[in-house]
Design a binder for this molecule. Structure first.
Ligand code: ATP
Ligand code: LTN
Length: 327
């Protein structure tokens, strides 16, 4: 069976881009693959975090994943820091990656450009991400378009390691959706929607009040000409709304554009589709939040399962590298 692995950082409340670009595919993948999903809390540490907030967000994110339909009977769901094999393999992969290769990562450039403090972890982050993936003999990684370069690096590291030390890792494939892979900020449609950027009017949170969701969409920045056309280069605002609507309904954004003459009608349809996508998720989330112990138990089982899968792969890497086994 195909092994699928993916992760999400507890760096802020989950936004619509996370859902449409990645999380909804996690749910559908469950039926056809052996799926492993991880709240990558160690990745959140690349930028300073408030400890109490990090703890609360990590649990909340796990609850949200359950609310969108991750089913612990079908998938392994766990917290990255509960499985120490991730950090051990990460060191090995830092020693496999080249400095110049990490320096070319555009996410590093974006996040370090105007930062007051740039941690060494922000730079080596892609090696930890590769470790997450390679530890589970992963075949396929469902992610949004922004992770394409990191996935390419994970593949390169697996290939290089296998070449140097003999067959050790499965070389993973990225799986990036055709529609919804890059949901843009509603106020600044040339920038991707992101949970850690401070853009409350431009970001739709999955747990936002539903009236506020509709308002944000109706106030979204559109473009100067008035025709409805899907063309992200010249009409980023309108194209973003068409993509969002397409991702919610399963229709092609070009075909949707034909159905609308006016921005106002497109905005109303988009708002309704997003609200109806979020409503059932919010209802399930409310039920799950009433039982944090239930989620903790699911995560404990998940971590145990994940460790049992990760340990032999790490052992394989250690042996092939020539690390002397303990007596
Ligand atoms: P941060 O703001 O902390 O960088 P983020 O909102 O970009 O976070 P991640 O935790 O890094 O979210 O990503 C989780 C998944 O969501 C990844 O697969 C990522 O590609 C996807 N994703 C994030 N933002 C978008 C977006 N705007 N459109 C489509 N997919 C997205
Ligand atoms: N780097 C990713 C989050 C991430 C991830 C992973 C995704 C960490 N480890 C493993 C897929 C597989 C991000 O910034 N969105």
């Amino acid at each position: 069976m195909t092994r699928v692995f993916s992760g999400i950082k507890p760096t802020g409340p989950v936004q619509l881009g996370n859902l449409l670009g990645a999380l909804r595919y996690w749910v559908t993948d469950q039926a056809e693959a052996d799926t492993i999903f991880c709240v990558v809390d160690l990745h959140a540490l690349t930028v300073p975090q408030d400890p109490a907030e990090l703890r609360a967000r990590t649990l909340e994110l796990a609850q949200l994943l359950l609310a969108i339909g991750i089913d612990p009977a079908q998938s392994t769901l766990f917290i990255q820091s509960h499985v120490p094999e991730h950090t051990e393999l990460s060191w090995i992969l830092e020693c496999t990656a080249a400095f110049g290769e990490l320096r070319r990562m555009t996410q590093f450039k974006d996040k370090s450009d105007n930062a007051d403090f740039v941690s060494a972890g922000l730079f080596t982050y892609p090696a930890l991400m590769a470790a997450d993936i390679l530890l589970y003999d992963t075949d396929r990684v469902p992610v949004g378009d922004d992770q394409r370069q990191h996935l390419e690096l994970s593949r390169d590291l697996a290939i290089r390691f296998n070449h140097r030390y003999g067959d050790t890792f499965v070389v993973p494939e990225a799986s990036i959706p055709k529609i919804g892979a890059r949901v843009m900020d509603l106020q600044e449609p040339t920038r991707k929607m992101s949970k850690s950027e401070d853009s409350p009017q431009g970001t739709i949170l999955v747990l936002d009040d539903l009236d506020a969701v509709a308002k944000k969409i109706k106030r979204a920045v559109t473009d100067t000409e008035t025709d409805v056309r899907f063309d992200p280069a010249t009409k980023p605002g309108v194209s973003n709304l068409l993509s969002i609507l397409g991702a919610c309904t399963g229709d092609d954004p070009h075909a949707i554009a034909e159905r609308f003459d006016r921005y106002g009608d497109l905005k109303s349809a988009c708002a309704e589709a997003v609200v109806e996508t979020l409503r059932p998720i919010q209802q399930r989330f409310a039920e799950l939040s009433a039982d944090p112990a239930g989620t903790a138990a699911i995560l404990a089982t998940g971590a145990e399962k994940a460790r049992s899968l990760a340990r032999p792969v790490l052992e394989r890497a250690r042996a092939n590298l020539g690390l002397l086994p303990p007596a």
